[in-house]
Design a protein around this ligand. Sequence first.
Ligand code: ASP
Length: 436
Amino acid sequence: MYKTVKFGGSSLADATQFQKVKNIILADDSRRYVVVSAPGKRYKGDDKITDLLYECQQLAQGGAPFDQVFGRIRRRYLQIRDKLNLKVDLESELSDIYHIIENGASPDYAASRGEYLNALLMADYLGYRFVDASELICFHDDGTYDDETTQARTRMLKKLDRVVIPGFYGKRRDGSVRTFSRGGSDITGAIIARATESDLYENWTDVDGFLMADPRIVPDAKVIETVTYSELRELSYMGATVLHEDSIFPVRKARIPINVRNTNRPEVHGTMIVPDVMASPDRDCPLTGVAGSRGFTVITLQKDNMNSEPGFAYRVCSVFARYNVSVECMPCGIDTMSIVSSDAQLRGKMDAIYHDIMAECIPDTVEIASCIALIATVGIGMVRSRGTAAKIFSALADADVNVRIIDQGSSEMNVIIGVEQRDFERAIEAIYRKFA
Ligand code: ASP
């Protein structure tokens, strides 16, 4: 049994957090492949090292002095090293980084040093081997991730026992450093878990796991014990995030479960994210989670005999495609069709889309409703349990929420409901309380 374990920035923010991480790793012999983020915030209002590194690069690029900001970075690392009595020669590493930034380093290079230095410290602290991510993670020259070369490079990891790898970055073919988007150490962890054929990818962070609902709306929302990859995708898409969205794909393909855990409460089991086949078909509760976001517009077309007009849907969709606007969902009736898109995508394009639809689809009426929130009520258990829809809609009726749209995904594990934005919080809370 092998595990890849990834620790986020708050889990590695200072020497005390490093000690917790070491205890976690030593408590389980199978935790062999360790991926680390850069030190994050120690308290509210504190700096994240990654942000400070970007700031140094920006200042240097503008020809401004960055010694003061760099000094804050230096102190954070030296403090960790000295409190833990480590031997890493940080002074010369930091002085190299300082000079490279001074001489025009890219933002990606500057930011990557946060993970690089933290991995050097962690490798020394654990007595594990340090393997630089630039030897493993590859990017194409245009900056997109190169999975094929990465798979070839990371194969060697299986021969190594116990290693520490910095998250977040890799390199292009020309040798320049390239990072993933923010929070990208999660992706590195997933890639390493797949390369090492780990049985489990543990993602250690500062929350107990995924919650069944946004805690800003439902403060006592319970932790989801098990969620499938597909359910998670539906929930994350609607705004519930703990993991970087792209971190799911490498492990999902390899059918490696992810366990989200809390470094500050290792006794809590966290959330297990499993391939669909591993999920128990008869969970007690048909609802896995409820999530949503605001900022959608619904365009409803009505036309007599729409159902018998070949190509109607095609013509509507091609108008949206022409303006590069993606469609979130399309609930249809016999003579009506609603198209839901985000306000952000429609911005500045609505008049042109309206004009083209009128000209090409010739509907009898078009109604446009903005300020709509979409809510995803997700659970694989819904397929088998009778009365789920009745429960959802009675909860909404009891909470005096007017439902504007209903769309059941064809996977039958997600009922999407559109409500007025002002009813958004009330609707989420009502659905959660009905099931939880
Ligand atoms: N340190 C990077 C960030 O703050 C990457 C990560 O933590 O995953 O975004």
